[in-house]
Write a protein that binds this ligand. Structure first.
Ligand code: GDP
Ligand code: MG
Length: 175
């Protein structure tokens, strides 16, 4: 079995965009978790000759079949956050490396702080990826994520492909 790398974080930060960029058409398995609706996507990929399985979490909202991303940044229900936290807990249990994705455009939210608190409890490697840093100002702002207490953030733009190579370098270092 290949090492598992889970991408966690609140809805809308760009987890699936990064996942799709890496996996593209190669998407292999959709896992049905008890009590969730196809919430985890698994896909095999590689970087610098190192193979691993990437997990995208939080694809569909619990029960409803509504994509989580459509709930909106500030409309996150308690249920939804429970769901994000449950996915982070699963990542802590099964992943070899956890990528905690945050949004450099919105800055740190209380939901980010909750997930960060949870991730600080594990000894597994956690890499903070500050996504949507599409320009220089956003890249400068992204240093604030250092205060989450999970190390230096890797600043990326999944859409533009900026910094994603650095993130992948960091991931394979931890495998
Ligand atoms: P998820 O809910 O965490 O899986 O987030 P998605 O991947 O569905 O992305 C949510 C929204 O953010 C979509 O509209 C994406 O196009 C957008 N997005 C993702 N990555 C970036 C990025 O690097 N820059 C910008 N500006 N938008 C992004
Ligand atoms: Mg998603």
């Amino acid at each position: 079995m290949k090492p598992l790398v889970a991408i966690v974080g609140r809805p809308n930060v760009g987890k699936s965009t990064f996942f799709n960029r890496m996996i593209g058409e190669r998407l292999a398995i959709v896992e049905d978790m008890p009590g969730t609706t196809r919430d985890r996507l698994y896909g095999d990929t590689d970087w610098n000759g190192r193979e691993f399985t990437l997990i995208d979490t939080g694809g569909l909202e619990l029960g409803t079949g509504v994509p989580v991303g459509q709930v909106g940044l500030h409309g996150q229900s308690g249920d939804l956050m429970d769901h994000v936290m449950a996915q982070a807990q699963l990542a802590i249990e099964e992943a070899d490396v956890i990528v905690f994705m945050v949004d450099a455009r919105s800055g740190i939210t209380s939901a980010d702080e909750d997930v960060a608190h949870q991730l600080r409890q594990t000894r597994k490697p956690v890499i903070v990826a500050a996504n949507k840093a599409d320009n220089k100002d956003r890249r400068m702002d992204a240093v604030e994520f250092y205060t989450l207490g999970l190390g230096e953030p890797i600043v990326i733009s999944s859409i533009q492909g900026i910094g994603t190579g650095d993130l992948l370098d960091r991931i394979v270092e931890e495998l």
